[in-house]
Design a protein around this ligand. Structure first.
Ligand code: XMP
Length: 335
């Protein structure tokens, strides 16, 4: 049986650095013909990304992908109303029913990135969908697809026409896929395996990222971008109202395969592979993103790297023990 490592199982060895200021460090990353100042993408989930998130994350240098759990008209409206400031807009589609018509309408409304968004991306329906999308959409449209967990899947999706690929199955904060199905792979391991690909598809680490340290590890292991759900949940720009609770203000965050999400968007429930939760309300997403950017830059400086590419070339991972993992987080004891 192969071993597979999670974010918490590893650390990156600090190295000599001649970087005198973090302003010398670029954390920009390329997706197709666009360069993003921040290698962060917001997840296409109905408690994470609609117009306000696309605009806010776009202004901070990242990218938002509008979720597909709505009518074509509504999603088109969300794409249209997120226009602003050279902001690139992404929108998700499925692989069944109206997905081709939906994708064409989204592109007509200004989406430049179409994300084929399914739980198990290494699937014949994704192959067919990518082929059909390629044949009807302008060649300037960037096709993102996923999710996958293995190098074979990464290579196949690339060969089927995906320009970027979401890597990570079952790691997300509100995922229960592994409990329900017994399948999955720690995101960090999937990223490291997929990064061995000789294809040039962009690699997006997706699911289970809880800190800027996890982002640095994902980028060092070979990701070009990280996709975030829970770390952006609870901010002003996520859909949904602030809920007053005795523990303070909260907002909803739920897996798209949770019972609650399925019954809202599909009217019925099949395999439940996610959970619904509330998370603390956290104010403007720009503050959260700025903090992450500072953490990522600082991470690069510990490896003496001025860019994500340099980080990938230089980073040396070590495995830590359980005691090491305890030591790695604040552990002061109350006296
Ligand atoms: P984080 O950890 O950032 O993960 O909250 C976000 C990613 O979780 C995935 N996702 C799901 N996975 N069941 C799953 O197994 C679900 O219901 C579900 N909803 C979202 C998705 O890849 C997202 O980007």
């Amino acid at each position: 049986m192969n071993e597979a490592f999670s974010f918490e199982d590893v650390l990156i060895e600090p190295q000599y650095s001649d970087i005198e200021s973090r302003s010398e460090i670029s954390i920009s990353s390329r997706l197709g013909d666009s360069v993003f100042r921040l290698p962060i993408i917001s997840a296409p989930m109905d408690t994470v990304t609609e117009s306000a998130m696309v605009r806010a994350i776009g202004e901070c240098g990242g990218l938002g992908i509008i979720h597909r759990y709505n009518s074509i008209d509504h999603q088109v409206e969300l794409v249209a109303s997120s226009a602003g400031l050279g902001i690139k807009r992404g929108a998700a589609v499925g692989v069944n029913g109206d997905f081709l018509e939906r994708a064409q309408a989204l592109v007509a409304a200004g989406a430049r990135i179409i994300c084929v968004d399914v739980a198990h991306g290494h699937h014949i329906k994704v192959k067919r969908a990518l082929g059909e999308l390629k044949s009807v959409l302008p060649s300037t449209v960037h096709l993102m697809a996923g999710n996958v967990a293995t190098l074979d899947a990464f290579n196949d999706l690339s060969d089927w026409g995906a320009d970027s690929i979401r890597v990570g199955i079952g790691s997300g904060a509100v995922c229960s896929t592994r409990v329900q199905t017994g399948h999955g792979m720690p995101t960090l391991q999937s990223v490291a395996n997929c990064a061995r690909s000789d294809r040039d598809a962009v690699l997006i680490a997706d699911g289970g990222i809880r800190t800027s340290g996890d982002m640095v590890k994902a980028l060092a292991a070979g990701a070009d971008f990280v996709m975030l759900g829970s770390l952006l949940a609870g901010t002003d720009e996520t859909p949904g109202d602030v809920i007053d609770t005795i523990e303070g203000p909260k907002k909803a965050y739920r897996g798209m395969a949770s019972k609650e999400a399925q019954s809202d968007w599909r009217g019925s429930v099949s395999s439940i592979e996610g959970v619904a939760h509330v998370v603390p309300y956290r104010g403007p997403v720009s503050e959260v993103l700025n903090e992450m950017a500072v953490g990522i830059r600082s991470g690069l400086s510990y490896s003496g790297a001025r860019s994500i590419q340099e980080l990938q070339a230089r980073a040396r991972f070590i495995r830590q023990t359980g005691a090491g993992a305890v030591e790695s987080a604040p552990h002061i004891k109350a006296r």
